[in-house]
Design a protein around this ligand. Structure first.
Ligand code: ATP
Ligand code: MG
Length: 303
């Protein structure tokens, strides 16, 4: 399938009301408490969606999220997630083409308006802040760290959750607690984020992959419980690096199983942050391959 066809329109708006359409995901209401979460093959980089897609990406990311939603509570028993089932609701039987592998039913929750990032290694925007000011998200760090180095401990480094079309901004943990407003909720978000990062990093490490950093979202249920939502620990929300080449690449960029590949191409072409970019088939193919490799390495299943 070419990347044009990958952007096949899944239009189920006549069956279920669409409640939101993000850069990558479309959300439909099944009832007041349940959403259908549909991952498209769209790909965004530097907050801009590319013109063409990555064939198979939506299905792969859905499978990967499902894997983690099932695995994580076995390691962290107190963890609640929004994942309900992979089956489609009654209005969607028979299943429309291409829908099933990209979709899951989730609990419809009130989203806590921050991006809950955890970093175990210093790179990306955190590296840029560190070289400029010696801090990351305003947290003071020892001098002399090099790009890609493991941090003394994993850090909770939240960002704002920007409205559609705006860019998320790194903020201090203190600023995130202020946005969340409820101290107990903020503490739970921080503790769960760190616990999930550690559990996932250990799983990945055992399979030859470094989880450099990742981003979670949380919601609140009607009783005020903090629930893990959105996609989790996918190459879209995480930086995965091959363990074997990490040391040799310290001090510079790391090869990765995520969209760093696409980001590097955009930067190289001077297209970073530009709208309307068509990604060449070669980059599409290589990116798809990286996503598949990450999936197979981490889950131990064939994609
Ligand atoms: P990006 O992730 O690329 O920054 P985005 O966050 O605007 O884009 P998507 O990730 O494509 O959009 O769409 C997912 C949206 O669904 C997010 O806004 C997320 O907060 C929201 N969401 C995730 N899980 C739930 C849930 N259980 N209930 C309600 N909303 C949810
Ligand atoms: Mg999102």
């Amino acid at each position: 399938m070419s990347s044009e066809e990958a952007l096949v329109k899944i239009d189920i708006g006549d069956k279920l009301p669409k409640v939101a359409s993000g850069k990558v995901r479309d959300l439909y209401a099944i009832d007041d408490n349940t959403l259908l979460f549909v991952a498209s093959d769209r790909i965004s980089a530097y907050d801009v969606v590319m013109e063409n897609g990555i064939p198979g990406k939506g299905a792969l990311l859905t499978s990967m999220s499902k894997f983690w939603f099932t695995y994580l509570p076995t390691i962290i028993p107190s963890l609640q997630t929004h994942y309900l089932t992979s089956s489609l609701p009654a209005p969607l039987t028979p299943a429309p083409p291409h829908l099933s592998p990209r979709a899951m039913q989730v609990r419809r929750l009130r989203i806590i308006p921050i991006e809950s990032i955890v970093r175990g290694y210093i790179t990306g925007s955190a590296w840029a802040e560190y070289t400029a000011r010696g801090t990351i998200h305003d947290i003071a760090l020892p001098t002399g760290l090099v790009q890609g180095q493991k941090l003394p401990v994993p850090l909770w480094t939240p960002s704002t959750k920007a409205e559609c079309g705006r860019k998320d901004e790194n903020i201090s943990p203190h600023a995130a607690r202020t946005i969340i407003a409820d101290d107990a909720v903020a503490a739970t978000v921080e503790q769960l984020s760190l616990a999930i990062y550690k559990a996932a990093a250990a799983r990945a490490e055992a399979r030859g992959i470094i989880l450099a950093d990742t981003k979670f979202e949380f919601g609140l249920d009607e009783r005020g419980n903090v629930v893990l939502v959105d996609e989790v620990l996918t190459p879209d929300s995480s930086r995965f690096w091959p363990r074997e080449s990490w040391e040799a690449n310290l001090g510079g960029p790391q090869p990765s199983f995520d969209k760093q590949f696409l980001r590097d191409w955009l930067t190289g072409e001077g297209l970073k942050g530009k709208e309307g970019v068509r990604v060449p088939e070669e980059i599409v193919r290589k990116t798809a391959e990286k996503y598949r490799e990450a999936y197979e390495k981490i889950t131990g299943e064939a994609a």
